[in-house]
Design a protein. Structure first.
Length: 265
């Protein structure tokens, strides 16, 4: 069975974090030496694997260490018939990056890409409200290994917001890169893909995970200023401040781009 791994080449520009990202994404062995020779050695030994490299052109144009990583991957693919490489354009523009700078970049990584739905309703927006910790989030969640992003979006919105996404309405909006300390001595690396979409008028039933139910995840349609004000407040219990800030900043970007009104009226 071929293992398909998609890499966001924007993650390969920084030398230390690039190797953390590669080791986590490709499940490289513990002896991985975090250098180009070690990367080549691991990739020439890897089993059936299809690498999908997104936005490699930008990395090539920037030159530097990231371009050398791409060279090492290409060299390994030529030497290993079990390794294939496909180049694809970036699925969407990067809106901004958030880095907690609270980790050692040499720690092992947890790679958790996610999808988020932007559901506009006139001058308001459909969000999920954590009643326990009083923050708002865009409906969505993690993409499972091998899962298509749009399929993940449809699934997550149905589970969290009890809404059926109309697949033909989905349009890319932008991506947010989040990096911070995870549980224990691990680096949490998350690429968040935001999509504009519409939903069917009928409400479904939520299907929440344990922690989501415990937090009291509740679908609400609110003015963006309501959610921004809540998320900009400092205390949300044990939740990641970077995650909550991310949602506020995306809402602010939607206002700046004219998708939502600036005055809340």
């Amino acid at each position: 069975m071929v293992n398909t791994v998609t890499l966001n080449c924007a993650r390969l520009a920084d030398r230390e974090l690039a190797h953390t990202y590669l080791a986590g994404s490709l499940s490289l062995p513990a002896w991985y030496g975090r250098n180009l020779d070690a990367l080549y050695d691991c990739l020439t030994d890897i089993g059936p694997c299809a690498l999908v490299l997104e936005d490699a052109d930008s990395l090539r144009r920037a030159g530097g260490y990231g371009s050398r990583i791409l060279d090492a991957i290409d060299d390994a693919a030529r030497a290993n018939p079990a390794l294939t490489v496909e180049y694809r354009p970036a699925p969407m523009a990067t809106l901004f990056s958030l880095d907690g700078a609270n980790y050692d970049p040499r720690w092992p990584a947890v790679i958790r890409p996610s999808v988020r739905a932007i559901i506009l309703r006139g001058d308001e927006i459909a969000l999920v409200h954590s009643l326990k910790y009083d923050y708002y989030k865009f409906p969505g969640g993690g993409v499972e290994p091998g899962e298509d992003r749009i399929a993940a979006l449809v699934r997550e919105v149905r589970e969290e917001a009890a809404l059926a996404v109309l697949s033909e309405s989905v349009r890319p909006y932008g991506m947010v890169l989040r990096t911070e300390k995870g549980a224990g001595e691990r680096v949490f690396i998350q690429d968040n893909y935001y999509y504009l979409c519409r939903t069917a008028p009928e409400a479904l039933a939520q299907d929440l995970d344990g922690y989501e139910a415990e937090e009291g995840f509740t679908p609400e349609t609110v003015a963006p200023q309501t959610a921004i004000a809540a998320n900009r407040r400092p205390d949300h219990g044990p939740k990641s401040p970077l995650m909550i800030l991310r949602e506020a900043r995306v809402l602010e970007k939607l206002i700046a781009d004219g998708y939502l009104p600036a005055d809340g009226n």
